[in-house]
Ligand binder design. Structure first.
Ligand code: AP5
Ligand code: MG
Ligand code: ZN
Length: 213
């Protein structure tokens, strides 16, 4: 099963993608997490990506596409995967489609998690992220068991550099310009599914499992 998660920054793509990955035993692949891991390790890729991410802009397609195609070619992706944060532009979606077509394959579901912009800014300021394992929390909605510590791996939780309010607004603008057109793209392919992302995360997940079966 190959799944693409669509939705604005902060819509809950990562939260839901992790639950899908656990339930269906497929890898969760987040280009944002890959970039953040590289930033943390101080790699060249990390340095380049950070210069865009901190401004709320997209990392250039050339860089992003290569990373994603390398990742989905790995052995653990044989039975499918859930992509979170990729594709984010029409050219990215086309590259992914071409690569899959060559393998006689395709995306099975594009799940759009719908959350209005007003809710997003509120959510982001409460988010805390683990840069080691990619787990995400919310200080009010989804608190970790011990404050500031990841439940899964015990490392410190941080406020992401790009979660400052003015950067969140820029990311929303970029989303509407460059990423929202993917909703139409996948609708035309007949694989688009929409879920309400404003309800409790468990209810969002229940709606998704009804779609995936
Ligand atoms: P990325 O890491 O993908 O960030 P994003 O798309 O901006 O999305 P977020 O991770 O911020 O939100 P999310 O939808 O995963 O929400 P979450 O589950 O955390 O990308 C970061 C940057 O990297 C980009 O800006 C770009 O520069 C670059 N990049 C990445 N991929 C790229 C690509 N393909 N091309 C080019 N550049 C790329 O939830 C948000 C918060 O809400 C959390 O605190 C969570 O706990 C809480 N929450 C979740 N669900 C609920 C709920 N139902 N109710 C209440 N709270 C909830
Ligand atoms: Mg995310
Ligand atoms: Zn962790």
């Amino acid at each position: 099963m190959k799944i693409v998660m669509l939705g604005a920054p902060g819509a809950g793509k990562g939260t839901q993608a992790k639950m899908i990955a656990d339930q269906y035993s497929i890898p969760h692949i987040s280009t944002g997490d890959i970039f953040r891991a590289n930033i943390k390790e101080g790699t060249e890729l990390g340095k380049e990506a950070k210069s865009y991410m901190d401004k709320g802009q997209l990392v250039p397609d050339e860089l992003t596409v290569k990373i994603l195609l390398d990742r989905v070619a790995k052995e653990d992706c044989k039975n499918g995967y859930v992509l979170d944060g990729f594709p984010r532009t029409i050219p990215q979606a086309e590259v992914l489609e071409d690569a899959l077509t060559k393998l006689n394959d395709k995306i099975d579901y594009a799940i759009n998690v719908e959350v209005p912009d007003e809710n997003i800014v509120r959510r982001m300021s409460g988010r805390r992220a683990c840069l080691s394992c990619g787990a995400t929390y919310h200080i009010v909605h989804i608190p970790p068991k011990a404050e500031g510590v990841c439940d899964r791996c015990g490392k410190d939780l941080v406020l992401r550099d790009d979660d400052k309010e003015e950067t969140v607004q820029k990311r929303l603008n970029v989303y509407h310009e460059q990423t929202q057109p993917l909703i139409d793209f996948y609708e035309k392919k007949g694989v688009l599914k929409e879920v309400d992302g404003t309800v409790d995360m468990k209810d969002v997940f229940a709606a998704i499992t009804r779609i995936l079966g």
